[in-house]
Write a protein that binds this ligand. Structure first.
Ligand code: CTP
Length: 399
């Protein structure tokens, strides 16, 4: 994911959380953005402009009437150049001024002049945040089209705990990515993604499971979210990845619980991407107590689970786009094409476990996209990039 070619305007006002913003500026710059920082005078009490200038290679603007080498009307030039504006932290004072069109310093003036998407992250003491006047101002800003980033809860610099913390730097960067990184070609679309390994209990201690880590499904969910979709991620309880921001997370354990979740969430969606590795068999019975060992071999009777995608393929409303994954160790194309047909899918993403860089646990994959029209082999690339290719494919199919 990149912000190459994008100009991000960062507004920093005078709260203690200003100390976190160099990390945000640095992360945005690393993603390829041209980052310009505007600070209020109060913010310079917490952190110096030089820090931002060093990290962004751009002049950090504070005053309205500073010398400007290009002799341009700086607040207008900055506002026009911006693809997105993030004000973080926003004090109660800055939020109040912006809510009433007061433009008495560079940050508020640039904001008033900017027509790009505007994100504002209020951060302050809990009482100040909960004060009706602050809440009114934030509601007003929402009404004017600002995205108000909800403050996080936890310990506050003023002592005590509550709501009012600036969210983590990573989440602020994700807000910027969501606002401008991708074409919003899935806006208004509901996409359900499944990820991770099912776990079938044998007794209260043991499960039958597989090696799926959920990375591929999480990458697809994140990509669809960045393309503007309303995403529900059905994630195996065993997945050890952080939740995908801005995505509804629903957890499952067994194939039966995933089947129930798919029926509940996917049948009225626009697309279903089944990246989960689903058990084909489960123990025919689950022992109530721990199975004790004996000196003889143990044979476990297994029974079939429901083939979820095949069920969806047979019952889906015509407009539901369905995408399966197929992991094979031999006859990749032939076996995968057969699954496409048998499960009535629009697309199947096939990968060969034997290919270096493909499969479980790694951040890359080597896949072939198979549809009724043919197969397209993609080169080795990150699961993130494959997620974006799939997001675009889904958008094209739904168009
Ligand atoms: N799948 C499913 N329900 C199952 C098994 C698999 O919905 N009980 C889905 C998987 O999520 C995947 C696709 O079907 O998207 C293909 O899964 P795969 O395990 O490769 O194929 P199977 O149909 O299980 O066939 P086989 O195990 O014989 O390869």
């Amino acid at each position: 994911m990149t912000l190459q070619g994008k100009t991000v305007l960062l507004g920093v006002s005078g709260g203690i959380a200003a100390y976190k913003m160099p990390n945000v500026a640095h992360a945005l710059k690393k993603l390829g953005a041209d980052v310009h920082v505007v600070m209020t005078r109060n913010a310079t009490q917490f952190i110096t402009p030089l820090v931002f200038e060093t990290l962004t290679n751009n002049r950090c603007v504070v005053g309205m009437f500073e010398h400007n080498e290009k002799c341009e009307v700086e607040h207008i030039a900055l506002a026009q150049a911006a693809d997105v504006l993030l004000i973080a932290p926003a004090t109660a004072n800055v939020a109040a001024k912006l809510a009433h069109g007061i433009a008495d310093d560079m940050l508020t003036t640039v904001t008033l002049a900017a027509a790009c998407p505007k994100l504002i992250a209020p951060a302050m003491n809990t009482q100040m945040l909960q004060n009706a006047v602050t809440q009114d101002n934030l509601a007003r800003l929402r009404g004017y089209g600002f995205t108000v980033i909800p403050p996080a809860s936890g310990t506050l610099a003023c002592g005590g705990a509550g709501s009012g913390r600036l969210p983590d730097e990573e989440l602020l960067v994700d807000h910027v990515l969501r606002a401008v990184a991708c074409e919003q070609d899935l806006r208004g679309r509901k996409v359900v993604v499944t990820a991770g390994a099912t776990a079938e209990p044998l007794d209260p201690v043991r499960v039958l499971t597989n090696r799926s880590t959920g990375k591929m499904g999480y990458a697809v969910a994140r990509a669809c979210m960045l393309h503007g979709a309303d995403v529900t991620l059905l994630a195996a309880e065993s997945v050890a990845l952080p939740p995908v921001p801005f995505v509804k997370m629903v957890s499952f354990t067994t194939a039966a619980s995933l089947f129930a979740a798919v029926r509940e969430h996917a049948m009225n969606a626009d697309a279903l991407v089944m990246a989960a590795a689903v058990a084909d068999y489960r123990p025919a019975s689950v022992a109530a107590g721990k199975i004790k060992k004996t000196d003889t071999a143990l044979t476990l009777p297994l029974e079939r689970t429901e083939d979820i995608l095949a069920w969806v393929g047979a019952h889906k409303p015509g407009e539901l786009f369905t995408c399966g994954f197929s992991m094979e160790t031999e006859n990749l194309l032939e076996n995968s094409a057969a699954k496409l047909k048998k499960k009535n899918l629009d697309l199947i993403v096939a990968n060969d476990l034997g290919t270096p860089g493909a499969g479980f646990g790694v951040d890359t994959n080597v896949v072939t996209l198979i549809t009724a029209d043919g197969a397209e082999a993609l080169p080795l690339q990150s699961k993130e990039d494959i997620g974006h290719i799939l997001a675009r494919r889904i958008a094209e199919a739904l168009r």
